[in-house]
Ligand binder design. Structure first.
Ligand code: PLP
Length: 393
C-alpha cells in the first residue's frame, strides 16, 4: 500500500469518536436511534436552536456527522453531507445548483436512473440538458453556452467503464465558470479522488463499495463548505438527509473500505486480463484499457488501481447469455454492485431497460454486455468459474 492510500485508511481508523456533549469514549460508535433531542427548558431549547445544537434528527444527527467526517477524509474535501441514497445525493445536488433557464451538460455514460432524472428535469423544469460523450472534448467545448451551469459525469461510467479526461474537463469548466460534478461511486476515494483533479462536487452512492455489504442504502456529496451548506439547506427542505440506522451501519463498514477495495481491485485487474485474452469475449471494458493520455490516467488513478467494476461483451444471443449467466453458479445476478461478493448484471434488461435500443447502442450498451462487480473471493476460483461458464457458449 502506498502513502496515498494509507493516509486515508489510517486517518479514518485513528479518528476519535467525538460526539458533542458526550464525555465517555465508546470503542465502537453507538447508534443514536432517536428522532429528536429534548431540553429541560424553553431557554435551553432556544439556545440549542440558536447554536445549531442537536434538536431534530433531520437537521443534525450524531451518526450522520461521524460518517460525513469519514467521507470528507476519503474524498479529501472540506465538507460532506450524507443523504438517503445515491439518487437523493444526485437530485438534492442538482436542485441546489440550478434555476429555470440553465443548461446542464451530462455524460451519457451514466447510471440509467441518473439519465432518466435529467430527462425528467428537461421535460418538467425548463432546464436544458445536453447528453454528450465526454470523451469527445471538442463536442463538450462546442456545447457550452452562457447558460451552462454544470457538467455532470461519473469517474468510471456505468456500465461501459468510460473515463473522460477529467484533467482537461476541469480546466474547461473553471475557465467557463461551470461546476464539475463527478459521481465517484465505481472508483471510490480509494481508487480516485476527483477533488484533486478539479471536481467541485463529488457524489457517492454509499449503497455500493463504501458500505460494501449490500445491507444499507445511502448517498453522499462532498465539496467546499459553501457548496455543501447550500445543498444541506435544500436537502433539509426536501427531507433527504440520511437516517441514523443507515449512517451507523455505513460508518462501521467504511472502516474496512480500503482493505476490501484493494483485494477487489486486484481481483478485477486479474479477471479483466483473463477476459481480454478469452476468444469468446468480444470486448472488455475496464478503466486500465482506456485510451487517455498517461498523464491524465496518473492524475485520475494515482495508485495504478482502477476500481472493481468491469463489463464485457459476448454474442448477442439472449438465450445463450441466459445459459451463460446461469452457469456462473456462484456469481449472483443482482441489480446492485459494490458488495463483498462478486455479482453480475445485464444492463439491457435492468438499469438501462428503459433506454431505447438505438440510444443504448450509441452508448456502447448492447444486449451482449454483461457487467461484473468483482468481489473479494479467491481469484483462481473466480476465473475457474468463468472458464467453466464459457464452455456453454
Ligand atoms: C454510479 C451510480 N450512481 C448512483 C446510483 C444510485 O445509487 P442509490 O441506488 O444508492 O440511489 C447508482 C445505482 O446503482 C450508480 O450505479
Amino acid at each position: 500500500m502506498n502513502e496515498y492510500e494509507s493516509n486515508k485508511a489510517t486517518k479514518i481508523l485513528q479518528m476519535p469518536i467525538e460526539i458533542e456533549g458526550m464525555t465517555i469514549q465508546p470503542e465502537s460508535l453507538p447508534l443514536f436511534s432517536t428522532s429528536a433531542f429534548s431540553a429541560d427548558s424553553m431557554e435551553e431549547m432556544k439556545a440549542i436552536y440558536q447554536n445549531s445544537g442537536y434538536a431534530y434528527i433531520r437537521f443534525r444527527s450524531p451518526n450522520r456527522e461521524i460518517l460525513e467526517n469519514y467521507i470528507s477524509v476519503i474524498e479529501r474535501t472540506e465538507k460532506s453531507l450524507c443523504l438517503a441514497s445515491g439518487m437523493a445525493a444526485i437530485t438534492s445536488t442538482i436542485f441546489s445548483n440550478i434555476t429555470a433557464g440553465d443548461k446542464i451538460i451530462c455524460s451519457y455514460h451514466v447510471y440509467g436512473e441518473t439519465l432518466e432524472f435529467f430527462e425528467y428535469l428537461e421535460n418538467n423544469y425548463h432546464v436544458a440538458i445536453e447528453f454528450i460523450d465526454l470523451t469527445n472534448y471538442d463536442a463538450v467545448v462546442a456545447s457550452i453556452t452562457e447558460n451552462t451551469k454544470l457538467i455532470y459525469a461519473e469517474t468510471i461510467g456505468n456500465p461501459t467503464m468510460i473515463v473522460p479526461d477529467f484533467v482537461k474537463l476541469s480546466k474547461l469548466a473553471k475557465q467557463n465558470n461551470i461546476l464539475l460534478i463527478v459521481d465517484n461511486t465505481f472508483a471510490t476515494g480509494i481508487a480516485s479522488t476527483p477533488s484533486e483533479y478539479g471536481a467541485d462536487i463529488v457524489i457517492n452512492s454509499l449503497t455500493k463499495f463504501i458500505n460494501g455489504h449490500s445491507d444499507s442504502i445511502g448517498g453522499s456529496v462532498s465539496g467546499n463548505k459553501y457548496l455543501i451548506d447550500n445543498i444541506k439547506k435544500v436537502s433539509s427542505f426536501i427531507g433527504t438527509p440520511l437516517d441514523p440506522y443507515n449512517s451507523w451501519t455505513i460508518s462501521k463498514h467504511i472502516l474496512s473500505l480500503d482493505l476490501r477495495m484493494n483485494k477487489q481491485m486486484e481481483n478485477a485487474k486479474m479477471l479483466a486480463l483473463f477476459l481480454k485474452n478469452h476468444k469468446k469475449v468480444k470486448t472488455v471494458n475496464y478503466p486500465l484499457f482506456s485510451k487517455l493520455p498517461v498523464e491524465s490516467m496518473r492524475c485520475i488513478f494515482p495508485s495504478d488501481k482502477y476500481g472493481a467494476m468491469l463489463s464485457f461483451e459476448i454474442d448477442e444471443d439472449l438465450k445463450k447469455i441466459e445459459r451463460f449467466m446461469k452457469a456462473l453458479v456462484n456469481i449472483r445476478y443482482a441489480p446492485t454492485l459494490g458488495g463483498i461478493r462478486t455479482t453480475m448484471a445485464h444492463p439491457v434488461t435492468s438499469s438501462h431497460g428503459n433506454v431505447p435500443d438505438e440510444k443504448r447502442r450509441m452508448m456502447g450498451i448492447t444486449p451482449g454486455l454483461i457487467r461484473i462487480s468483482v468481489g473479494a473471493e479467491d481469484i483462481d476460483a473466480l476465473i475457474n468459474e468463468f472458464e467453466q461458464a464459457f464452455k456453454i457458449l
